[in-house]
Design a protein around this ligand. Structure first.
Ligand code: 0O2
Length: 261
């Protein structure tokens, strides 16, 4: 009898650590004002029924399941654009806290089903209460469009136990082609989109600084001055002019410094 709770615990730990690491990497890139090729990260543990089904299909004996089923722990990294995928792949290849042992490129070699994604099989050293345990894990890297299609197809495959009716299969094939076209079209306006997103991030950062400065000035400045500052903030904010926001923030920085002295 397999003790699933005990068997899956280290894999669950590995998924949590990997999620944290890739989310932190994304956050750090953004905080440093660098472009992050990661849009979002999610993870899952393979369900016991799915582990047993795969073990049966690949004739893996129970004692070898942990070693030979490499996607018990899985994380998925979603990208906005196809061009971001090689950047994520490089980031993973360069990491010192995991070893890539296999890569499967279903983007350049689309599966007959229409499935597109890049898979990396890694070995992740997990520090457990009983010492180090090397955990195999699968990282799937794909765009949001590829994911939209794969998630829908996965649900249908599950519903029809792998035998999707031909008519539905044909429609899925059309949808896969549409997802591919969407990725191709998005690539043509990638620079426009990333520039706009970057500008938004800079603006949000600036406004957060301004609000923090205003908050701190409430403790130091005269009420009349604060009323003026609030009015000016509303005017600058409504004007939607980055330079004016920057100048206003600078002015508040100087004021905060003066009060500090
Ligand atoms: P789960 O647990 O539901 O996520 P396989 O023999 O295909 O089971 P293998 O050899 O590890 O396994 O192959 P592969 O194809 O590199 O990776 C399997 C995983 O990739 C699948 O997990 C899916 O998440 C995804 N995948 C592969 N092919 C397809 C496809 O045609 N459609 C969709 N939607 N996803 C696919 P599982 O087994 O479904 O497990």
């Amino acid at each position: 009898m397999i003790n699933w709770k005990e068997l899956l615990y280290p894999y669950e730990q590995a998924v949590e650590e990997l999620l944290l690491k890739f989310r932190s990497l994304d956050k750090e890139c953004r905080q440093l004002g660098m472009y992050s090729p990661i849009d979002s990260v999610c993870g899952r543990l393979k369900r016991p029924a799915s582990i047993l089904e795969k073990a049966g299909r690949k004739q893996i004996p129970p004692e070898k399941m942990e070693e030979e089923i490499e996607d018990i722990a899985g994380i998925r990294i979603l990208c906005q654009f196809v061009e971001d995928i090689p950047k994520v792949i490089d980031m993973i290849r360069q990491r010192k806290d995991m070893t890539v042992i296999e890569e499967r490129d279903y983007i350049n070699h689309t599966k007959p089903s229409g499935y597109r994604s890049y898979h990396m099989i890694i070995r992740y050293p997990l520090q457990t209460a009983l010492g180090e345990k090397i955990i195999p894990a699968e990282i799937q890297i794909r765009t949001n469009a590829m994911n939209f299609w794969a998630t829908a197809e996965h649900s249908l495959r599950y519903k029809y136990s792998g035998n999707i009716p031909q008519q539905l299969q044909d429609r899925l094939t059309n949808c896969a082609e549409a997802a591919f076209r969407l990725d191709t079209e998005m690539a043509t306006i990638r620079e426009e989109i990333t520039n706009a997103q970057r500008l938004n991030e800079i603006k949000n950062h600036l406004v957060a600084n301004i609000l923090e400065n205003i908050h701190n000035l409430y403790f130091e400045a005269e009420l009349a001055d604060m009323n003026e500052i609030n009015k000016e903030f509303i005017r600058v904010w409504n004007g939607d002019d980055m330079d004016a926001l920057r100048e206003f923030n600078e002015k508040l920085n100087v004021m905060a410094e003066m009060y500090r002295v």
